[in-house]
Design a binder for this molecule. Structure first.
Ligand code: SF4
Length: 446
C-alpha cells in the first residue's frame, strides 16, 4: 500500500497525461490535503489532551459527548470550551495544547513524561493558523492555549507567547486569548504573555504543599505563588497606567485564574476552601477552578483508584460562590462541613450552614438587610435584588417569594413574610428531612 501511495503521489507531481497545469494543481491539493490531515491528527491528540484542564470546562454535570454520530454536543470540554468575557458574554474557545510532550512527571497528568500516550506538537504558527481558520468559520471566538513542557520551561513559554504574538501582531486578532503560563519560566517571558492574552492562568495544581511535593515533584509551591504574585502586580500596574495614559498597553484585562485538582490527594474540602480563600485574597484571582481528579489511562500507582464523586467538585464550586457573591467568609463556609472537613454531598453548603446556625433564622424578607437575605437557602443573588426592589413599593407575601425561588419548601422554614411565620418549624429536629431536595433537584442552587 505504501508503494501504491508513493506512485500516486509521483504521478500527481509530474502531472503526466494531464492537461498542462492541472497536475501541479492536483499535486498542490494533495499536499494540502496531506498537511491538513497531519494538522487534524495533531489537533485530535492535542485537543483531547487539553480536556483534563478544567479552567474553562463546564463542571458539575454528567459527561456526555456525540462521538459516533450519537446526538450533538459535548460536555467533556474537549476541542471547544466556553468562557466568560469581561463584559459577561459567554464565548467559545478553541481549547488545545501546544504539545503534550512533557519533561515533568506529575503523577496525576496523562501527559507526564512516563505516560504511554501518543504525542504531538504544534508550532506556534500552526496554532495561530488553526485559530484564525476556525474563527473565520465562526466556530470559535478565541483561544485557550496550554502546553506540556518541552525542552524546558523558558522554551515552552516562549512558544506559547509566540502563538499569541502571531495572532495579535501579524493578524491583528482581537478575539479572546487565555494563556496558561508555566510558573518555572523566566518572569520576563511570563510578563510578555500578559501583553497578548486577555486572561492568564497559573495552576496551583494541589491544595497543599505536601500534596504538590508528592504528586508533582518537579513543581514548587513557592515558585507557583511567586509567579502569581508577579502577575497580580503587573495587572495592577497596567490598570493604573491605563487610568493615567489612555494608550498604555493592556495587560491580561480579564485577570488571572488558577486550577486545583480535587481528590488526587487526601486534602479535605475545608483545606481546599481555605486555600482558595487565601489565593483570592493574596493574588486577586478572578476564578479558582476545581477539577475532580479523573483516573487516567496508565495511571501512576500513587493515585487513588477511584475518582471522587463529581458532586464534590460541584459543592466546592458552590462554596466558592458563597465566598465570592454571598458574603460568606472562608471560616463560615468551612462551618458547613462535617467533622471530617468534607462538605455534605446531599445538600448545598448554604443550606448546610443554615441548618447548623438556625439561631440566625427566620429572616424577615420585608426588613432584613441584603447580607442576611443572601444567607437564606433558596435565594440567589438575583432573587435578593428583586426582593430589595419589590419591597420598596409593597409588603411582600409568600406568593411574591414563590415567584422568585425554585423551592418554597426549602425556603419557608427560614423566612418571615407579611402572611407567613414558620413558628416552630425552624427549630424542628427533623428539619433536614423536610428541606433537603430530592436527588433530581440537587443541581439547583439558590
Ligand atoms: S507539567 Fe505536569 S501537569 Fe503539566 S503537562 Fe507536564 S506532567 Fe502534565
Amino acid at each position: 500500500m505504501a508503494s501504491e501511495g508513493k506512485r500516486s503521489l509521483s504521478v500527481l507531481n509530474c502531472g503526466a497525461g494531464l492537461p498542462f497545469g492541472l497536475g501541479n494543481r492536483l499535486a498542490r491539493t494533495y499536499k494540502e490535503h496531506m498537511t491538513r490531515h497531519t494538522i487534524m491528527e495533531k489537533l485530535q491528540i492535542l485537543a483531547d489532551a487539553a480536556k483534563y484542564d478544567a479552567s474553562c470546562a463546564s463542571s458539575g454535570t454528567a459527561k456526555k459527548n456525540s462521538v459516533g454520530g450519537k446526538g450533538i454536543g459535548s460536555t467533556e470540554g474537549m476541542g471547544i470550551c466556553h468562557a466568560y468575557a469581561p463584559d459577561g458574554r459567554c464565548i467559545s474557545l478553541l481549547k488545545v495544547l501546544l504539545t503534550n510532550h512533557c519533561v515533568f512527571d506529575c503523577h496525576y497528568c496523562v501527559n507526564r513524561k512516563s505516560s504511554n500516550v501518543r504525542r504531538a506538537r504544534f508550532t506556534p504558527r500552526e496554532v495561530a493558523d488553526l485559530t484564525l481558520t476556525f474563527y473565520r468559520r465562526n466556530y470559535i471566538e478565541g483561544l485557550f492555549l496550554s502546553s506540556g513542557i518541552v525542552k524546558n520551561s523558558d522554551h515552552t513559554m516562549e512558544q506559547l507567547v509566540d502563538a499569541a504574538r502571531i495572532l495579535r501582531e501579524e493578524h491583528d486578532f482581537r478575539g479572546y486569548i487565555h494563556l496558561k503560563t508555566i510558573p518555572e519560566a523566566d518572569p520576563e517571558i511570563i510578563h510578555r504573555a500578559g501583553l497578548y492574552a486577555d486572561r492568564i492562568s497559573i495552576n496551583v495544581e494541589l491544595p497543599t504543599e505536601a500534596g504538590l511535593a508528592r504528586l508533582a515533584p518537579d513543581k514548587n509551591a513557592g515558585t507557583i505563588e511567586g509567579a502569581m504574585g508577579g502577575m497580580k502586580l503587573a495587572i495592577a500596574e497596567a490598570k493604573d497606567a491605563k487610568k493615567r495614559f489612555r494608550h498604555a498597553p493592556g495587560f491580561a484585562p480579564a485577570g488571572q485564574s488558577t486550577q486545583m485538582i480535587v481528590g488526587a490527594d487526601s486534602a479535605s474540602d475545608n483545606q481546599i476552601i481555605g486555600k482558595a480563600s487565601t489565593l483570592y485574597g493574596r493574588f486577586g484571582l478572578r476564578r479558582v477552578y476545581y477539577s475532580a481528579f479523573s483516573p487516567i489511562p496508565d495511571a501512576s500507582a500513587v493515585l487513588p483508584l477511584k475518582r471522587p464523586p463529581l458532586m464534590r467538585e460541584h459543592r466546592l464550586y458552590q462554596s466558592d460562590w458563597l465566598m465570592r457573591f454571598y458574603g460568606f467568609s472562608a471560616d463560615e463556609v468551612q462551618q458547613a462541613a462535617g467533622a471530617d472537613g468534607m462538605l455534605p454531598l446531599d445538600m448545598d453548603p448554604k443550606l448546610a450552614w443554615a441548618l447548623k446556625f438556625r439561631e440566625s433564622f427566620p429572616v424577615d424578607l420585608n426588613r432584613a438587610p441584603r447580607e442576611m437575605l443572601l444567607r437564606v437557602p433558596g435565594l440567589g443573588t438575583r432573587a435578593v435584588k428583586n426582593i430589595l426592589l419589590a419591597r420598596r413599593h409593597r409588603t411582600l407575601r409568600l406568593d411574591d417569594i414563590a415567584r422568585l425561588t425554585v423551592s418554597l419548601v426549602k425556603i419557608r422554614p427560614f423566612i418571615v413574610t407579611a402572611d407567613w411565620r414558620p413558628t416552630m418549624l425552624t427549630d424542628r429536629a427533623d428539619l433536614k428531612s423536610l428541606v433537603v431536595p430530592r436527588r433530581e433537584q440537587l443541581e439547583l442552587f439558590g
